[in-house]
Design a protein around this ligand. Structure first.
Ligand SMILES: NC(=O)c1ccc[n+]([C@@H]2O[C@H](COP(=O)([O-])OP(=O)(O)OC[C@H]3O[C@@H](n4cnc5c(N)ncnc54)[C@H](OP(=O)(O)O)[C@@H]3O)[C@@H](O)[C@H]2O)c1
Length: 233
């Protein structure tokens, strides 16, 4: 079994990578920081000695890097089982006051990354006769909130991409799940002075994603909505 995860060195991507690795999956991962990636590659190979790890430093907001990541995978794998479009960034702001270029940066990172990589990896999922795409959106992609600005716009777009893929791929045995988390305790929240109880546990979210994958092929979880027990921040 083989999984592709973008933005795998920290947070949600890392937790998802570890759950699937623990369950015997070969792993293809990327992030921008090469030394973080090398460290994770070493740790995965040490902890899970029987799995294959493909790791490439690549910036998913740049189309050429997305294509390079896909080519690196295709040079080694003819099939894949799971794609997790996770790489993303959060910039707080309001549409009317955020710096010029914020929308472009967030759309490139949070939307185009998933759009281009899904198109590239789909043939590997189809070659497998079944596959599963998880798109990591956000509650910010289902409702507007103060200081959400272009992040919210980019996540609404990600939700739209995910729903379009679900419609297109339902007859092709490729499941598509839109993952819609509230606040998850990851590096994105560094410096925020709130108790950890106000956040989703990242390992819970990763396990839920794995559980969605494990249901039978007669069934698909279309939307995985997960919130902190006390509700959104
Ligand atoms: N944390 C939350 O509360 C929350 C809630 C809802 C949705 N989400 C979504 O979940 C996803 C992951 O968030 P997170 O909180 O886990 O983030 P995180 O802890 O900041 O980790 C982000 C990961 O993605 C990589 N990354 C960032 N930009 C990238 C790029 N352009 N190309 C390739 N890799 C990139 C980072 O490594 P490098 O920096 O080395 O590239 C890192 O490995 C995002 O799409 C985010 O919008 C998060």
């Amino acid at each position: 079994m083989k999984i592709v995860v973008t933005g795998a060195t920290k947070g949600i991507g890392r937790a998802v990578t570890e759950v699937f690795a623990k369950n015997g999956f070969d792993i293809a991962i990327c992030a921008r920081d090469e030394s973080d990636l090398e460290k994770l590659e070493g740790q995965l190979k040490y902890k899970f000695s029987n799995i294959e790890v493909i790791a490439l430093a690549a910036d998913m907001s740049i189309k050429a890097d997305v294509l390079r990541f896909a080519e690196t995978i295709k040079a080694k794998w003819e099939t894949a089982d799971v794609l997790v479009n996770n790489a993303g960034m959060f910039l707080p702001g309001n549409v009317t006051t955020e710096p010029d270029g914020t929308l472009e940066k967030l759309i490139e990172t949070n939307l185009y990354s998933a759009y281009y990589l899904s198109r590239e990896i789909l043939p590997l999922l189809q070659a497998n006769d079944r596959g599963h795409i998880f798109n990591i959106s956000s509650v910010a992609g289902t409702k507007a909130y103060p200081n959400g600005g272009s992040y919210s716009i980019s996540k609404f777009a990600m939700t739209g991409l995910s729903k379009a893929l679900r419609e297109e791929l339902k007859s092709q045995n490729v499941r598509v799940t839109t993952v819609i988390p509230g606040a998850v305790l990851t590096a994105s929240w560094e410096g925020v002075d709130l108790p950890k109880e106000r956040f989703i546990d990242v390992e819970d979210l990763a396990q839920l994603i794995y559980d969605c994958y494990k249901v039978s092929y007669r069934t698909v979880v279309e939307d995985l909505v997960v919130r902190p027990m006390l509700g959104d921040l």
